[in-house]
Design a protein around this ligand. Structure first.
Ligand SMILES: CC(C)(COP(=O)(O)OP(=O)(O)OC[C@H]1O[C@@H](n2cnc3c(N)ncnc32)[C@H](O)[C@@H]1OP(=O)(O)O)[C@@H](O)C(=O)NCCC(=O)NCCS
Length: 216
């Protein structure tokens, strides 16, 4: 683990500290090559994720955060569930629900240190079975897990009943046409705003965030 990294459990009262990393994780997933399933707009997504995290953190779930000089630079969110009816787990099994390291800090061992800390915590809890969902094109994450002995098996199929076009793609197309959600123009910095609310003097037309221009 890098010398200047400290890892500890997140107090649920401080949950907003991981919001920016959740958004980075969603942006990363949205931009993965070959991804089929469109990703919910960041604000909506964080609101739903935050709610779910708070509900599970009131139980046995935990979040480990990595800090560098008091800045949160990564986190792992782990849910604890009972015995799986199919997979031959022990009385409890864990689901790694999220792992993200700040984009500026990747490749420096923080993700590995977080996974080591998750292992220690699960050892302490006596949990031996772990499930991790990984998007198809997320090869960096897949390699990290595979190096640690994990292997993919079960597949999840996505779609809309009746062979209809996917509803999620329709929602994404509507957002794109309306210039909202992931396709909303980036917020202008306050110093760019003109008093009458017109476009900034530089006249830079807003463009959608990179990685989301084309239908997926
Ligand atoms: C996956 C992730 C958590 C790994 O965190 P990290 O701090 O970069 O991981 P580490 O520095 O410990 O590196 C782990 C390995 O990945 C490699 N790696 C990290 N970033 C990489 C990159 N951008 N490209 C290629 N390899 C990379 C490292 O070289 C290292 O390999 P090694 O063990 O052979 O040296 C981080 O890349 C991330 O947050 N990605 C975006 C979100 C995400 O995909 N989360 C996982 C969801 S399932």
């Amino acid at each position: 683990m890098p010398d200047d990294i400290a890892i500890d459990r997140l107090d649920p009262a401080d949950i907003e500290l991981v919001g920016p990393l959740w958004r980075q994780l969603m942006d990363h997933v949205a931009a993965l090559p070959g991804a089929l399933v469109p990703v919910r707009p960041s604000d909506e997504s964080w609101e739903l994720e935050r709610r779910e995290m708070l509900a599970t953190l009131a139980g046995e779930a935990f979040v480990l955060v990595a800090r560098r000089r008091d800045e949160v630079v990564g986190y792992a969110y782990v849910c604890v569930e009972g015995p799986d009816p199919v997979w031959y787990t022990g009385d409890k099994h864990a689901v790694l629900a999220a792992l993200c390291v700040d984009a500026r800090e990747r490749g420096d061992g923080v993700g590995t240190a977080l996974m080591d800390a998750v292992d220690e915590e699960l050892d302490r809890l006596g949990i031996e079975d772990v499930e991790i969902g990984v998007d198809q094109g997320n090869s960096v994450a897949a390699r990290l897990y595979e190096r640690r002995g994990y292997r993919p098996d079960f597949h999840i199929y996505y779609g809309t009943p009746g062979r209809r076009p996917w509803a999620c793609l329709r929602r994404e197309a509507e957002d794109r046409a309306a210039g909202r959600g992931r396709f909303a123009p980036p917020a202008r910095p306050a110093h760019d705003a003109t008093p009458d609310g017109e476009r900034s003097p530089r006249g830079i037309a807003p463009s959608p965030p990179s990685g989301h221009e084309e239908p997926r």
